[in-house]
Write a protein that binds this ligand. Structure first.
Ligand code: NAP
Length: 262
C-alpha cells in the first residue's frame, strides 16, 4: 500500500485538530500537524501520544522562519514529498468579532488578520508547494488514470463570507477581505503549481458553520440544523477532497461539494 503524507497546518484545535484526527485513522497515512505552541496544544499532544503516525511541528504562520525550518524538516524526514497540504489556521479578527460598520475598521486589525488568513497560507505554499509536486496524488481522483494526472492537493480553508459574488450582508471587513484575497492566492497557486507533467490541485474550501472557538460569539444566530460539529464538517470536506480531480483546480467549494462563486 502506498504511504501518503498529509500536512495539516493549524491543527491545535477546531477544524484543524479534527482533520489531524481523521487523517491519522487512515491506515496508509503519515500526518504532519503544525501549530504555534505544541507544548500547550493538549488535544493534539494527546492524539500524537495515542497513535504512531502523527508528527508535531511548531509553526506560527506569521513567522516565515518557522515555515522555513518546518520545510527543512520535511525535506529531510519525508524526502521532500507531500500528498496533501491543508492550510487551516485562521482568525475572525484580533478582537474575535467582525466589524459591523466602517467606524470599527482599523489598519492594525486588517494587518493582523491578513497576516494569519492570507499571507500565512501563501508563505506555506511558497515553502511547501514544491513538495506537493513530488507527491503520488494519494488524495483526490479515484480512478488510476485521473490519479496519474496530479501529484498532490493543496487546500486553503476559506469561508463563504469571502465570496464577493455571495456577499449580501456586508460587514466583517477584515475577515471578508482576507478570505477573498486568500481565494486569489488559491487561483494563482492553481496556475503556477498546475504547470508541468504532474499537477497540484489547489482549491479553497468552505467548511460550513462549525461549532468552534472562532464561531462561538455568533452561535446564537446560527440555526441548530445549520451548525455542524467539527467532526461532521471534516468528514464532508474529506469527501470533497477525495473526489477532486485536475479539472477542479483553482475553484472554491463548499462542504457539500457545490461550487461557490469567487
Ligand atoms: N468555524 C466556522 O464556522 C468557520 C467557517 C468558515 C471558515 N472557517 C475557517 O476554518 C479555519 C479553522 O477555523 P476554526 O473554526 O477551527 O477556528 P478555531 O477553533 O478558532 O481555530 C483556529 C486555529 O488557527 C490557529 N492559529 C491562529 N493564529 C495562528 C498563527 N498565527 N499561526 C498558526 N496558527 C494560528 C489556532 O491556533 P492556536 O491554538 O495557537 O490559537 C487554531 O488552531 C479558519 O481558517 C476559519 O477561517 C471556520
Amino acid at each position: 500500500m502506498n504511504k501518503v503524507v498529509a500536512f495539516v497546518q493549524g491543527a491545535s484545535r477546531g477544524i484543524g485538530l479534527h482533520f489531524a484526527k481523521d487523517l491519522a485513522k487512515k491506515p496508509n497515512a503519515f500526518v504532519i500537524a503544525s501549530c504555534r505552541d505544541p507544548d500547550n496544544a493538549v488535544n493534539l499532544q494527546a492524539l500524537s501520544n495515542q497513535v504512531n503516525n502523527v508528527d508535531l511541528l511548531r509553526i506560527d504562520v506569521t513567522n516565515e522562519d518557522d515555515i522555513k525550518h518546518a520545510a527543512v524538516y520535511i525535506k529531510e524526514k519525508y524526502n521532500s514529498k507531500l500528498d496533501l497540504l491543508i492550510n487551516i489556521a485562521g482568525m475572525l479578527s484580533p478582537s474575535g468579532r467582525g466589524e459591523t460598520s466602517l467606524r470599527e475598521v482599523s489598519v492594525q486589525a486588517l494587518e493582523e488578520t491578513f497576516k494569519v488568513n492570507t499571507f500565512g497560507p501563501l508563505l506555506v505554499a511558497k515553502h511547501f508547494g514544491q513538495f506537493l509536486q513530488n507527491g503520488n496524488g494519494g488524495f483526490g481522483a479515484k480512478s488510476e488514470s485521473e490519479k496519474l494526472k496530479h501529484s498532490g492537493v493543496l487546500v486553503n480553508m476559506s469561508a463563504k463570507v469571502g465570496s464577493i459574488g455571495d456577499n449580501s450582508l456586508g460587514g466583517w471587513y477584515s475577515y471578508r477581505l482576507s478570505k477573498a484575497a486568500l481565494n486569489m492566492v488559491t487561483k494563482n497557486l492553481s496556475i503556477e503549481l498546475g504547470r508541468g507533467r504532474k499537477k497540484v490541485i489547489c482549491v479553497s474550501l468552505h467548511p460550513g458553520s462549525v461549532d468552534t472557538d472562532l464561531s462561538r460569539p455568533y452561535l446564537k444566530s446560527i440555526p441548530t440544523e445549520r451548525l455542524f460539529s467539527p467532526e461532521y464538517s471534516v468528514s464532508c470536506l474529506m469527501n470533497v477532497i477525495d473526489n477532486l480531480n485536475v479539472h477542479d483546480t483553482g475553484k472554491f467549494f463548499s462542504w457539500d461539494g457545490s461550487e461557490l462563486p469567487y
